[in-house]
Design a protein around this ligand. Sequence first.
Ligand SMILES: [Fe+2]
Length: 283
Amino acid sequence: MTAFPPDSKAAFSALYPETPGPLTHGLADHPLLTLEALVHLAHALPASSVEYNPALIPIGIAPEDTPKSNLSIEETIRSIEENGSWMVLKRIEQHPDYARLLKDALAELEDVTRTKTGAMLGQEGFIFISSPHAVTPFHFDPEHNILLQIRGEKTMTVFPKDDERIVDPRAHEDFHLGRHHRNLEWRDEFADVRTDFRLLPGDAVHMPVKIPHWVKVGSAVSISLSITWRSEWSYREADARALNSLLRRAGLKPSAPGNWPHQNAGKATAWRVLRKAGLARGD
Ligand SMILES: [Fe+2]
């Protein structure tokens, strides 16, 4: 089964790595991605790789205010139509069948990514199963990501990546030092600079590293597959952010890491040297 038809791959090539945008895919009818198959996958994965959350919550919410669910994994999946949840099966490549699915899909794009950001490192897959109208709050993620819609309708609402009004540089820095939950602070005025990508089965969207976004499911159960990878370029951006935290604590006002094709090599190297020497810590 081809994941990305030629026109989709050409679109990806034009977008990667810094621009969000629509793609198409051929995996909507894949037998490993039905609700029934996902019940089996949820049982096969370690409990720590299955996260479920109540879904009818505000767009911006503090992690400690998120209510907890009382249903089992299987009950959650089987009653997903009416239970108001979203769940994520994490690192699906821990199961050999899903490892192959992920590897094959990413291999189709490898020649594009290699020339721009180097080898595809840290390949991980996630599957989101969501009740109608489920909301995933405003947040960012550290990976290169393509989200493939398998069933139902989902809208990904994205925001400019480099607008420091939307994401304070300190939120980036704290995130890379492990001190910040991925959820971001939401303010209603951000809605002015939003871009919506409405996804139906067969649609996908390219999500650049750390692009702020929130997600809303349509009126039916939604299943999405997220295929992610890291690159040396993305690790350098993360390390440059970590060094900036140190510089800021020293009273300086460091500039944000440069966009691709800037490599952020100087700051990343400095951070790696300091960390190795035991001179840099996250606290
Ligand atoms: Fe996300």
